[in-house]
Design a protein around this ligand. Sequence first.
Ligand code: PLP
Length: 408
Amino acid sequence: MPLARRKDDFMDNKVIYLDNNATTAVAPEVKEAMDPFLCELYGNPSSIHAFGGQVAKYVDIARQQVAELLGCHPTEVLFTSCGTESDNAAIRSALPVNPHLKTIVTTRVEHPAVRNLCHTLERPGPIGFDNRVIELPVDSLGELSLPDIGNALDEDVAVVSIMWANNETGVIFPIENIADMCRDRGILFHTDAVQAVGKIPIDLSNTAIDMLSLSGHKLHAPKGIGALFVRHGCRFQPFVVGGHQERNRRAGTESVPLIVALGKACELARQNLDRENTAVRALRDKLEKALLASCPDAKLNGHPEHRLPNTSNISFEYIEGESILLMMDEYGICASSGSACTTGSLEPSHVLRAMGIPYTAAHGSIRFSLSVYNTEAEIDKVIEVLPPIIQRLREISPFGREQKQAAT
Ligand code: PLP
């Protein structure tokens, strides 16, 4: 299809967007809330004059809205630029609290925001920080073993950082239990909850979590805004150093429009939590059931129940996920594949590899991630369009099922 035509389609919203774990549309209410802070209420919240001061009030309201979604006190929330910054700030702050402790415990399935940071911290000096990193394995359903975690929590552990929900499979970890295990041993616990916030209920007042990261663009706020929860009493060293903003915990003039947007998005997310777990889940289940039934050699990746209600990761064996994506793209259907084209070779995702998914299945994996904006008509369209695409690709695949059977 010619590019110009496709551009029009995007503008007309003819896209079926099932890639909400990558990023989300800004909610109209969020756009409306942030608009006045671009051209009219543009004062600096740190200014002495009333024009700036009135803006500070809205930053406070946004902080309150984030805190209400998380079940924490507003002064425990600091605004950052994204989930990645929140993860960096949390882990880098935890390490010097007890400088003689050198171990970071994490998992093999973290997002690169945590994983690559840990790899950097693990390198020997002077380019690294000489930390020891323990990456806990997951089983074939993407789940962690609590006894494994217990065994890893030795006397050298400075911080444990484990994601609340996995971005690729949606698998939810028992974060409250893990946080309890850490608190019992006096170890700081951070969770990357970028995919969990707004999709499942979270009440930090009832947990032992010390720090939690979230990101605006995963819950219908714009890109470029995140937040970090730091529990009262948890020692915190700023990652971005400079001015006195955010009570000396994150320097830099506050991006008021984005902060207001995140606050509004959190308020909406709180109102929509039930819909995530009923309507969104029902659409996801309908899509998944239909595809697994109509496509031979299709398998679900990740635990069928302990999962985010919006995420379905399915392997269509013996074909390339990227080919599926390209053919779906012709119908305006957006999703993600479990392999990324890096340096010319198609490497299957580290998450699926950690789960022991065979290469032939990992390469053909597609992640569908829905939002409250998806409709039943969109899901019906995907159910109609995708099985013939899979069939066509299987017919031309050099790794076809028949060849595989002949070879074994
Ligand atoms: N952590 C997880 C689990 C994610 O899914 C993502 C983004 O995909 C991030 C962290 C990074 O968030 P951001 O894009 O806001 O830096």
